[in-house]
Design a protein around this ligand. Structure first.
Ligand code: NIG
Ligand code: FE
Length: 413
């Protein structure tokens, strides 16, 4: 197997610890001037100073890449997307710009339910092709690992079909794809007069069928006023846990319902959004080390105040960053944009944001041993930057300060 030697790199990376980085640790990066790394079989074999790494070479044939002193960071890990859908919702965006609230559109049968109609009537290939193009775009913005949720099927067969398409995306595109089951994304039209019947369907039929299918590792739920209550969310998450899923919650996105506290109580892996999360909710998350997956591009797109990242970091909740890429609340494919909003809008430092967009994001999807940092044995996923360091993502407003994107040691963008 050929070895690849990348030399003259300024390497910025968080380092794997015993849990997601929180508090002051979120800002701790390893910075290696004139760093070097060796890649073999798609993984980092050695990372360090040039002399240390070159010692590992002995007389093996090596292909060399001179990075000329450029800054290098881990490939972005996007731990929260709904990037499997069949149509955009631009007309709804115009309605929102004219003042119509996001949840109102859903209540009137649009929003998520409009995406459900589009997914149900699309062929598998159309759904795959539409989503593949979205994923290709995210890759060009530096996302080398991406989580994708189901949740636009909302009946057993359509949810299983979405998960099959998400699985196919993972097998046929360069990115590592993590599928999440989100049958509890909304109550579908056919059950709108009897939401309890849909909860029962989730508990008794959908969750066991998704388990049997074996594709999704996580179960997520939209805990929100008019969608799923805290009590319903608790029942669904309990059942999912019983079946062996790891748990996530869309919590306190629009209203403070107590979703963050529920995530703490249930020791979910992550709680996401949190625009309206209370201090008590954040305390519960910090105590249970639940990762706060923050989606500042959604706040931007909904014209809402950002989540309180500083409070979360000060209280000791680990923070991760994600796009939330979806056709409704946030049509954003760009982790650099999210990074810049995290720094300029939420007051995170570039170091905290880098950890949030890489290693803490990897923890949020259970891939902390595979991706999210530049360390031996991990997948060789990295970005060569056009800029002095990670702050370039905030400095270069609206741009993509990335010269090249590498996945498992191959240049992919
Ligand atoms: O994370 N909040 C619920 N789900 C998505 C939006 C989905 C949609 O509007 O299609 C979100 O914002
Ligand atoms: Fe979401």
């Amino acid at each position: 197997m050929t070895l690849k030697l990348f030399k003259r790199a300024r390497i910025y990376t968080p380092l794997l610890g015993s849990g997601p980085a929180c508090g002051p640790d979120q800002a701790k990066l390893s910075v290696l001037e004139d760093g070097c790394f060796l890649v073999e079989g798609g993984r980092f074999l050695a990372v360090g100073r040039r002399d240390e790494v070159e010692r590992r070479l002995s007389d093996r044939t090596v292909k060399e890449f001179d990075l000329g002193g450029a800054a290098v960071v881990p490939g972005f890990v996007d731990p929260h997307t709904h990037a499997c859908f069949a149509a955009r919702r631009e007309s709804e965006f115009s309605m929102r710009l004219a003042g119509r609230p996001y949840l109102d559109i859903l209540k009137a049968g649009g929003g998520i339910l409009s995406s459900v109609r589009a997914v149900r009537s699309a062929s598998d290939d159309d759904l795959y092709e539409f989503s593949r193009a979205l994923l290709a775009s995210t890759l060009s913005y530096g996302t080398t690992t991406i989580e994708v949720k189901s949740g636009y099927g909302l009946d057993t067969e359509s949810e299983l079909r979405m998960l099959r398409v998400i699985d196919r995306l993972g097998r046929t595109t360069p990115q590592t794809v993590v599928p999440t089951f989100m049958g509890a994304h909304a109550v579908p039209e056919e059950h709108k007069n009897d939401p309890e019947a849909y909860v029962r369907l989730l508990l008794d039929e959908m969750l066991p069928a998704v388990k049997e299918q074996g594709i999704a590792r996580f179960c997520d739920i939209f805990c929100e006023e008019g969608v799923f209550s805290v009590a319903e969310s608790r029942r669904i998450l309990n059942r999912a846990r019983e079946l062996g899923f790891r748990l996530k919650v869309h919590a306190d996105e629009v209203n403070d319902l107590g979703g963050a506290a529920l995530a703490g109580e249930m020791r979910c892996v992550s709680a996401e959004h949190l625009l309206a999360a209370s201090d008590a909710g954040i305390d519960a998350m910090a105590a249970a080390r639940v990762t706060a997956v923050l989606l500042p591009a959604t706040a931007y797109s909904l014209r809402k105040p950002f989540a309180r990242a500083r409070t979360m970091i000060e209280k000791g909740a680990p923070v991760a960053l994600a796009t939330d890429l979806n056709p409704g609340s946030c049509f954003c494919e760009s982790m650099p944009f999210v990074f810049s909003l995290a720094v300029m809008g939420m007051g995170m430092t570039p170091e905290e944001a880098l950890t949030g967009a890489t290693l803490n994001a990897a923890w949020a999807i259970g891939l902390e041993r595979e991706v999210g940092s530049i360390e031996p044995s991990k997948l060789a996923d990295f970005l060569v930057l056009d800029g002095e360091g990670p702050a370039a993502f905030a400095y270069a407003s609206g741009a993509r300060p990335i010269t090249s994107v590498w996945k498992e040691g191959e240049r992919v963008a």
